[in-house]
Design a protein around this ligand. Structure first.
Ligand SMILES: Nc1ncnc2c1ncn2[C@@H]1O[C@H](COP(=O)(O)OP(=O)(O)OP(=O)(O)O)[C@@H](O)[C@H]1O
Ligand SMILES: [Mg+2]
Length: 160
């Protein structure tokens, strides 16, 4: 598994400001029984940095991403994501962290009986309170943002 990292720099700065760390992982390990999917991964990603995770099928890319947003408990090591120490954080705070981390699952897990727009809005489900009753559970701003994202990728016409 390899990392390719690059930074989007701001304009007109003679001296680059100290980067804010978005992800910091050290010695990260994850095992599934006898399968050692991650054997001590060190990773640092700054805010605004684009990182490509490249590797053969089965090399642990998905496992690493799932560990970083707390979907998999770690077998060892430490990871801090957006200031949250994932290795010692309990489920409620992990849910809060996941509501701040955009994540596209490898198998999209779309819900067939929901509209395209509602499937996009599920990404904001962690930000709304109480029971969900379709589109109107989300704020106007959230609906507008979701529609904007669909339009950006040429799917606006399929929203409803
Ligand atoms: N839930 C699980 N239970 C048991 N083994 C798992 C589980 N998830 C992943 N593994 C194993 O961990 C290893 C890493 O899998 P992972 O899915 O992270 O690889 P990947 O790099 O994302 O592969 P791909 O490119 O095919 O998506 C593999 O050997 C896989 O079989
Ligand atoms: Mg994968």
């Amino acid at each position: 598994m390899s990392l390719i990292q690059g930074t989007f720099t701001g304009q007109g700065h003679d001296v680059a400001p100290e980067p804010e760390i978005a992800i910091h992982a050290r010695g990260l390990r994850k095992s599934f029984g006898a399968t050692h999917a991650l054997r001590g991964v060190d990773l640092q990603v700054s805010k605004g940095e684009m990182t490509v995770l490249l590797g053969l099928s089965g090399s642990g890319k998905s496992t690493l991403l799932r560990c970083l947003n707390g979907l998999h408990p770690l077998s060892g090591g430490e990871a801090t994501v957006l200031g949250e120490p994932v290795h010692k954080t309990k489920s409620r705070r992990l849910r809060a962290l996941r509501s701040r981390v955009g994540f596209i699952f490898q198998h999209f897990n779309l819900v067939g009986r929901l509209s395209c727009l509602e499937n996009v809005l599920v990404g904001a489900a962690g930000q709304i309170r109480g029971p969900r009753y379709g589109l109107l559970s989300y704020t106007k701003a959230q609906r507008r943002e979701a529609l904007g994202h669909l339009e950006r990728v040429g799917l606006g016409e399929l929203a409803f």
